[in-house]
Design a protein around this ligand. Structure first.
Ligand code: PLP
Length: 393
């Protein structure tokens, strides 16, 4: 008999009943050190007191009003995002996937309005993950994501990851946009080198194609800058944000320049819940915390500490690990085994990690993780790797 919850996930036999900072607790009181943070969602830790206060204060006043009215919390968060980014305008969603949908619609509508309705092609890269909607799976293109779900939304071309020469050849006067994650998450914590992002931007500028960045996983302070593309000194035309911006409350956004955003006029898009007062009250608090330069400097400092310890771990377990990769607190351990074996070995040490493609174990802790917790996590990974090597031998 099918489970009452549609069985689309291979779930670990763990049920958490409460969380605090970097820790999750099961019913019997067992504590797990969380290096997954809900896959980069709980960016400020579980039950962060600032976010609990923002949410409960808003909950006592107003939960939901339609976008038929002005929503003050939404306007406040949009102003903050505009102040701190390349963007001039923001549309709020409830998830990254919904942000992906709007990014595609916006890129195509832009060219339609420019009098170029044939300019609909969107170029993406192998290993990309933009969500599970029809547009997002067509954008990813892999058999794993698309098999059985045809006919797929047309208009996507897939290139080898980061291949600028292939991009130069693929760009035509039918290319509406190039769409990329500055740091691939699901694809295996692969950071596009700064030179490559700069090259992408330059090729888009040469041909007029729009640059869409998906910062759903790598944005909101995770790499030590508010958004990962800032390291390369470039700016997109459209950007998707989600996950960390709500710190655990469902919230996403599409940010765009005025030139591009102006194509979306009254009636061209909408959402019942997008920009809900509860979500935006929490998102505003997250932004206030994460945009503090001292907070971002701490992310970079902790990243260097964690990276150094992970390099030591790789050196100590050359039979299990191959290399450390990633940026900020979006780190990956390239494994010599299947990463799920390592995830399972880590469970026995009460440590939560996340597998990714390309044999990578993802480490996405809360950005508030302490130095002591980083050391604790490395010790647990060390024991897990020792167990794994012993069991394989
Ligand atoms: N884009 C990226 C880079 C992601 O990592 C994800 C989710 O993992 C998404 C989009 C989809 O976001 P959501 O699951 O909130 O719909």
């Amino acid at each position: 008999m099918i489970a009452s919850v549609l069985p689309t996930y291979n779930r670990a036999p763990l049920t958490f009943i409460r969380g605090h900072g970097s820790w999750l607790e099961t019913e019997d009181g067992t504590r797990y050190l969380d290096l997954g943070a809900g896959i980069a969602v709980n960016s400020l830790g579980h039950a962060n007191p600032d976010l609990v206060a923002a949410l409960t204060e808003q909950a006592g006043k107003l939960w939901h009003v339609s976008n038929l009215y002005h929503i003050a919390q939404q306007e406040k968060l949009a102003d903050l995002l505009v102040e701190h980014t390349f963007a001039d305008s923001v549309f709020f969603t409830n998830s990254g996937t919904e942000a992906a949908e709007l990014a595609v619609k916006m890129a195509r509508k832009y060219w339609f309005d420019q009098g170029d309705p044939e300019r609909v092609e969107i170029i993406t890269f192998e290993g990309a993950f933009h969500g599970r909607s029809s547009a997002a799976i067509a954008a990813a293109g892999s058999e794993k994501m698309t098999k059985g779900f045809g006919p797929l939304l047309p208009g996507f071309t897939h290139l080898k990851w980061g291949d600028l020469e292939a991009l130069r050849t693929a760009l035509t006067n039918r290319t509406a946009a190039v769409w990329v994650e500055p740091v691939q998450g699901e694809g295996g914590i692969r950071a596009l080198p700064d030179q490559c992002l700069k090259g992408l931007r330059a090729l888009c500028d040469e041909t007029g194609a729009l640059l869409i960045l998906d910062e759903v996983q790598c944005g909101m302070g995770r790499t030590g800058r508010l958004f990962a593309h800032e390291w390369a000194g470039i700016a997109p035309d459209i950007m998707m944000v989600a996950k960390g911006i709500g710190g655990g409350f469902p919230l996403g956004a599409v940010l765009a320049t005025e030139r591009v955003a102006a194509c979306m006029t009254v009636g061209s898009h909408g959402s019942t819940y997008g920009g809900n007062p509860l979500a935006c009250a929490v998102g505003t608090r997250v932004m206030e915390i994460v945009t503090d330069p001292a907070f971002l400097a701490e992310v970079s400092r902790k990243s260097a500490l964690m990276r150094q310890k992970l390099e030591g771990l790789v050196a100590a377990h050359p039979d299990v690990f191959e290399a450390v990769r990633g940026m900020g607190l979006m780190l990956g351990l390239k494994c010599k085994c299947a990463p799920v074996d390592m995830v399972n070995a880590a469970y026995t040490q009460h440590l939560l990690t996340v597998p990714a493609a390309d044999n990578v174990l993802r480490l996405l802790p809360a950005l508030t993780i302490s130095d002591a917790e980083i050391s604790d996590a490395i010790a647990r990974l060390d024991r897990a790797a020792t167990d794994l090597a012993r069991n394989v031998a």
